[in-house]
Design a binder for this molecule. Structure first.
Ligand code: C2E
Ligand code: MG
Ligand code: MG
Length: 718
């Protein structure tokens, strides 16, 4: 017999042995006194004895002390209840090397008695077959399982994700604390019988409930599906939701939900996204700023320059025209109506300009009130220039005031001789300057003769610098008469410049002196000279006075009042006999210092006259706010009187308004008796003009005074 070894030659045992030799469990056959009759190979391996050594051994010697009688007890039990099923027992065995091990023991009587037989009827009495299965591997499995479970629990509890497991029948099969925390679910709610309160809590928090429920439904219909999406909360949090089926082997027994709070990540992402957008917007803004005039939206100087250079390099372009324009007296709009009005005017001008020019051509603002147009391939640039002057002059209401923008425009075109971009622009500039000099509100095309004028202007500037030291600045006096008093009451000092035997008109050199700052020197010279020359005339009659024109630039000097009073004192002229003529524009951006200068002078007795009244953008309403004593109605209003029979409410309003404010009124530019009569009838206080006398130098003062009085008398005799 090979394999299952047993004592004797029992046939049944032999057959049995062949079957069980290869069994994985240790099998032992025992006789009634516990002696081992047979043992298979697995028994030899389990117990450490050879099969031969086992045979004949008492099974008790193989059991540990505590288990020694257990086999015997099982034997007895089987003998008593042979038909019952008896569960295996766990008992401690001893290995040959003395180590104890647990094994599960199942026992059966052998041979199996037929129902009703007594077990002892077999030839050799009842025998016991033991199947001994070591529990060592099961112990390891249990430990592994426990370890795995604790690892799993630890992992579940320590993870930042909230985990919920729902079984197929919809019950909560498991969750971790984090799940409760994240969803704000009180733990006791999970212990309740119903899932409803939990579900209600969840539903209340979700921002997009329909989408949330739709996804749940989809997964319910499709148990094997995995899903990964995002759940937004009403309170602004965002969870990442991951779901996969829970499987045991091949079977799906439920669904695992895992939630991760990604709010900080989401916020960081959103911030990063916003930062990117801001950056892009900023870059775009910078880009437009680099090419666009921010106020008007027109192109800027850089764009114009590039376009000009480009057009001159383009051989196919037959015509290139540059139109340079500058608003006339724009400063007054700014000064009188404020910077917002100035901006509004520039925006309107830009809009109109754009409308006059073909869309393909560049219209740019160069800065301030200076604009430029580049026409390429335009058949008639003159027509466009004319259109611009005309269109811009259309009245526009700004800050409640109706204004008619005026501009001077210079036009230069690419001629036969090739000129560079800067030269073309310079030509346009020269033409624009010429347009201004020619009376403004017009356009002029560049002509080489204009260069001459430019040269002269530059030349004049250097000449003016030397005018005072060279004694070229002199003073003419023009009488101002009082009709009521029947005499000359005032003389206005008017600056004269004789340059190399040629007289330069004040309308040319005064603006030049103001621009260059030389006006201070010129003004001081005129004032000093006038005082010295008129000191005697003034001292003869305290009601006489001397009027001197003062520019805004002079009033900016910190000690202007001191200088004037000093000059008066030095020449023996009483300050109350001084009248300072200013134009209303000096008040528009008047600072304290300017007002202080005038106050000091008025406190000392000097008077202030508002020259050229009515020519600016100002209104009669402003008069009451200005620190002045007299208004001088400009000659343009006086010239409206032709026959003396016309109705001119503007003149009567001006005079009445001034009088009602306690101011005296002088009318300038009286050339005809009709004008003198008209103004006298309106109770104008004094009159000035060629009718009475031209401005005359000091040496001809007597002549001027005589002429004026003669004219007065002639008027009275009418
Ligand atoms: P203004 O102060 O209004 O001076 C009156 C101007 O009108 C003078 O011109 C005078 O010659 C002119 N005029 C006087 N009567 C008549 C007339 O009946 N008909 C006409 N058509 N004109 C008349 P002027 O001398 O050419 O001076 C022009 C302007 O230059 C002055 O206007 C004044 O604003 C300025 N100016 C003259 N001298 C000085 C000065 O010393 N300092 C300053 N800052 N400006 C001065
Ligand atoms: Mg004047
Ligand atoms: Mg005047």
């Amino acid at each position: 017999m090979t394999g299952f070894r047993g004592r004797g030659d029992n046939v049944a045992l032999r057959r049995f042995g062949a079957i069980v030799e290869a069994a994985p469990d240790a099998l032992l056959a025992l006789d009634e006194d516990g002696t081992i009759l047979a043992a298979n190979a697995a028994a030899a391996t389990l117990l450490g004895f050879s099969q031969e050594a086992l045979i004949g051994m008492d099974q008790r010697s193989l059991l540990a002390a505590g288990s020694r009688n257990e086999v015997e007890q099982m034997f007895q039990l089987l003998l008593r209840q042979p038909q019952e099923q008896h569960p295996p027992r766990e008992m401690s065995w001893l290995h040959r090397d003395g180590t104890e091990f647990s094994a599960e023991v199942a026992a059966a009587l052998f041979p199996q008695p037929a129902p009703g037989d007594a077990p002892a009827e077999t030839d050799a009495g009842p025998r016991l077959l033991l199947s001994v299965r070591s529990m060592a591997h099961r112990k390891t499995e249990d430990t592994n399982l426990r370890q795995a479970m604790s690892l799993l629990t630890a992992t579940l509890e320590s993870t930042a994700d909230g985990i919920l497991v729902i079984s197929n029948d919809g019950r909560v099969a498991g969750f971790n604390d984090q799940f409760l925390t994240m969803w704000g679910i009180p733990p006791e709610l999970m212990e309740g019988d119903s899932d409803e309160p939990v579900m209600r809590l969840i539903v209340e928090q979700v921002a997009d409930l329909p989408a949330f429920m739709a996804r749940l439904g989809e997964l319910q219909d499709n148990p094997a599906a995995e899903s990964h999406d995002v759940v937004d909360f009403k309170d602004g949090r965002t969870f990442e939701r991951y779901s996969r089926p829970q499987r045991v082997g091949e079977n799906i027994v439920g669904r695992v939900w895992s939630f991760r709070d990604v709010t900080p990540r989401r916020k960081a992402q959103e911030q990063a996204q916003q930062a990117m957008l801001d950056l892009a917007a900023q870059a775009e803004k910078l880009r437009t700023m680099a090419f666009q005039d921010p106020l008007t939206g027109l192109a800027n100087r850089a764009v114009f320059n590039e376009a000009l250079v480009g057009s001159l390099q383009e051989p196919r372009l037959k015509t290139v025209d540059v139109l340079l324009l500058d608003l006339d007296d724009f400063k007054e709009v700014n000064d009188i109506l404020g910077h917002q009005a100035g901006d509004d005017m520039l925006i309107e001008v830009a809009r109109r300009l754009r409308g006059c020019v073909p869309t393909a051509d560049v219209v740019a603002r160069l800065g301030g009130d200076e604009f430029v147009v580049l026409l390429t391939a335009c058949p008639d640039a003159d027509a466009i220039a004319e259109c611009i002057v005309r269109c811009l002059h259309v009245p526009v209401t700004i800050s409640g005031t109706v204004l008619r923008p005026r501009l001077s425009l210079g036009l230069a075109s690419l001629g036969q001789d090739s000129v560079g971009p800067s030269e073309l622009l310079r030509h346009a500039d020269i033409a624009m300057y010429a347009a201004k000099a020619a009376g403004k509100n017009r356009f002029l095309r560049f002509h080489p003769d204009m260069m001459q004028a430019l040269v002269q202007r530059t030349h004049m500037e250097s000449g003016l610098q030397l005018a005072v030291p060279r004694g070229e600045i002199t003073v003419d006096f023009q009488p101002i008469v009082s009709h009521r008093m029947g005499q000359v009451v005032q003389l206005e000092a008017l600056a004269r410049w004789d340059r190399g035997g040629e007289r330069v008109p004040p309308s040319v050199f005064i603006p030049l002196a103001e621009r260059t700052g030389l006006i201070s020197e010129v003004g001081a010279e005129v004032m000093a000279s006038a005082m010295v020359q008129l000191a005697d005339w003034l001292s003869e009659d305290p009601s006489r006075s001397l009027a001197v024109n003062v520019s805004g630039v002079q009033l900016q000097e910190p000690d202007f009042a001191g200088t004037v009073l000093g000059l008066a004192e030095a020449s023996g002229v009483a300050p109350y006999q001084l009248v300072l003529e200013v134009t209303e524009s000096v008040f528009f951006d008047a600072d304290c210092s300017l007002i202080n200068q005038l106050s000091t002078l008025r406190d000392a007795g000097a008077r202030v006259a508002l020259d050229d009244f009515g020519t600016g953008y100002s209104s009669l309403g402003r008069l009451q706010d200005l620190p002045v004593d007299t208004v001088k109605i400009d000659k343009t209003f006086v010239s409206m009187v032709r026959t003396g029979n016309e109705r001119l409410p503007i003149l009567s309003s001006m005079i009445n308004m001034a009088h009602s404010l306690g101011l005296t009124v002088t009318a300038e530019g009286i050339e005809t008796p009709a004008q003198a009569d008209y103004l006298t009838a309106l109770e104008c206080d004094s009159l000035q003009g060629f009718l009475f006398s031209l401005p005359e130098p000091g040496e001809r003062l007597a002549h001027a005074l005589d002429h004026a009085e003669e004219a007065l008398n002639a008027l009275k005799g009418r």
